[in-house]
Design a protein around this ligand. Structure first.
Ligand code: 5GP
Ligand code: ZN
Length: 132
């Protein structure tokens, strides 16, 4: 998959629901740069700045939601959009056959450090189980 191009989707603007300090809101709005590999009307996917695998992509909803625990019933379709986008990116990066892992860390105790919902797409090497 090629690197980010303007794919014709409107750039999200900061809204009152976007905390000013949220780094992923700033990536979604293109206030700060990222290597975007996929975007549609609901989600944006970009390479992790500190990859832990040959492929390490983050898929985030455009809308700011802090984490899985904060997804309302109305917003629940977003979870499916995030997972299907991760699958599409995995296919584009030739991971469908070899396999890949999708991870969502919920809460600091699980390692969440950025409190804007995101799904890690990891692949390109053997992935041990159980995770640490
Ligand atoms: P978490 O620990 O919250 O599950 O994952 C956050 C991820 O975001 C980490 O893997 C971290 O490397 C990544 N990250 C943090 N800040 C940035 C950034 O500014 N740009 C990008 N591309 N990734 C980031
Ligand atoms: Zn955010």
């Amino acid at each position: 998959m090629t690197e980010a191009r303007n794919l014709g989707y409107p750039r999200s603007v900061m809204t009152s629901s976007s905390p000013p300090s949220c780094i992923f809101c700033k990536i979604v709005s293109r206030t700060i740069p990222a290597r975007v590999v996929f975007e549609d009307g609901d989600v944006v996917a970009f390479h992790d700045a500190h990859p832990v695998a040959p492929v390490h992509v983050l898929v985030v909803p455009r809308k700011h939601v802090a984490g899985v625990e904060d997804v309302s019933a109305d917003e629940s379709p977003l979870l499916g959009r995030v997972l299907l986008a991760a699958r599409a990116v995995a296919a584009a990066l030739d991971l469908s056959e070899s396999g890949y892992r999708l991870v969502i860390n919920q809460g600091a105790g699980a390692g969440q450090s950025v409190f804007h919902l995101h799904c890690h797409l990891l692949g390109g090497r053997l992935l041990a189980w159980p995770p640490g």
